[in-house]
Design a protein around this ligand. Structure first.
Ligand code: ADP
Ligand code: MG
Length: 333
């Protein structure tokens, strides 16, 4: 598959001042060396606990955060958000859907005006905008006659449909979906996810789905990337990662996802991680997961594990689970 988006060794570090008069300068390594490809028409899920750097990663792709280092390639071209030409192009090709559809829509504008806004910015005339707004409302399962209503007339799920319609207005290639159903009632989450899948098939869209909830990801993403403290610890095809996770962190996350089969559910051990996510301003040396890992060995305390090929398209960064031939030599510091 031809990659639409290629991320190479992306880092986003935030300098923060603390202590008396802000004399201590520390660095929060929100994203700390991530490689990720998203193919044309592919959906990739980025998962991990809250605070592990997922939104910062998405924001860096969008140019809402300036990367500290690394490369972003879109459609084969290096992305430099400082260039007006790049910004204009990406404003069309990459769109976002965030968690909260209430704050995403201007309460003073009719939903038709909100959806037409990106079209107007790109120079569509009134007739063209009206036609496209009606078409987009139909695509997301809403009545085109409702275009004149205010957002407050709609439920949370309907508002997220409106946000999705607006995201599609300029016929983008990639959608960054940051927790798109987390604010919605459980009963309507799958409706929105199914709508997104249907739109993807129809228009060949690529998705980056950001989620702390693995149950959202299972039937949605082709591939999954598991993030921990700013780094990827495991990547692979969703069905493989779900059926045989390699990294103990992935195992722990998956053990919290209910299984459809009650017998399998009863037989399964729930792995509860001890302790909180360490501060990204002061991460453990060695493997970032070492403070919570049930398998940790000596090497994990001082040497960060690289992502290694586990076969079948799966990669994992774990000293203990690395295949024999790919284990690092233990050399104490
Ligand atoms: P997630 O989306 O996975 O919950 P975020 O990307 O929002 O995680 O945050 C990752 C880390 O970076 C957190 O520790 C967060 O506090 C920190 N962070 C995010 N944005 C900023 C910022 N603008 N300045 C300083 N720290 C930030
Ligand atoms: Mg987030």
């Amino acid at each position: 598959m031809k990659p639409l988006l290629s991320i190479r060794d992306l880092k986003v570090h935030f300098p923060i001042r603390s202590g008396l008069f802000g004399r201590d300068l520390r660095v929060v390594k929100a994203v700390d060396g991530v490689d990720l490809d998203i193919g044309e028409g592919e959906s990739v899920a980025l998962v991990g606990e809250s605070g592990c750097g997922k939104s910062t990663f998405g924001a860096a792709i969008l140019g809402m955060q300036i990367p500290t280092s690394g490369r972003i390639l879109f459609d084969g071209e290096e992305v430099r958000h400082t260039e007006a030409k790049t910004r204009k192009r990406l404003a069309r090709d990459i769109q976002t859907v965030f968690q909260d559809p209430v704050s995403a829509l201007n309460p003073k504008m009719s939903i038709g005006e909100s959806i037409a806004e990106p079209l107007a910015i790109h120079g569509a005339d009134k007739a063209e905008r009206d036609r496209r707004v009606a078409e987009l409302l139909g695509l997301v399962g809403l009545h085109p006659e409702h275009a004149t209503r205010q957002p407050s007339a709609f439920s949370g799920g309907q508002r997220q449909r409106i946000v999705i319609a607006r995201a599609l207005a300029l016929r983008p290639k990639l959608l960054i979906l940051d927790e798109p159903v987390s604010a919605l009632d459980v009963s309507i989450r799958s409706q929105i996810l199914n709508l997104l899948l249907e739109l993807q098939r129809r228009f060949g869209l690529s998705y980056l789905l950001i989620s702390h909830d693995l149950s959202v990801v299972r039937h949605f993403a082709d591939r999954v990337a598991v993030m921990y403290l700013g780094r990827l610890v495991e990547t692979g095809p969703t069905d493989i990662v779900f059926s045989r996770p390699v990294h103990p962190y992935t195992e722990a996350l998956l053990s919290a996802v209910p299984l459809p089969d009650p017998v399998a559910q009863r037989a399964r051990k729930r792995i509860v991680l001890s302790g909180d996510l360490p501060s990204p301003a002061n991460p453990p040396k060695g493997c970032a997961f070492v403070t919570r890992c049930p398998l940790a060995e000596e090497i994990c305390r001082h040497t960060p594990p690289p992502l290694v090929d586990m076969g079948g398209g799966q990669m994992a960064a774990c000293h203990v689970r690395a295949p024999m031939g790919q284990k690092m030599k233990v050399n104490a510091p």
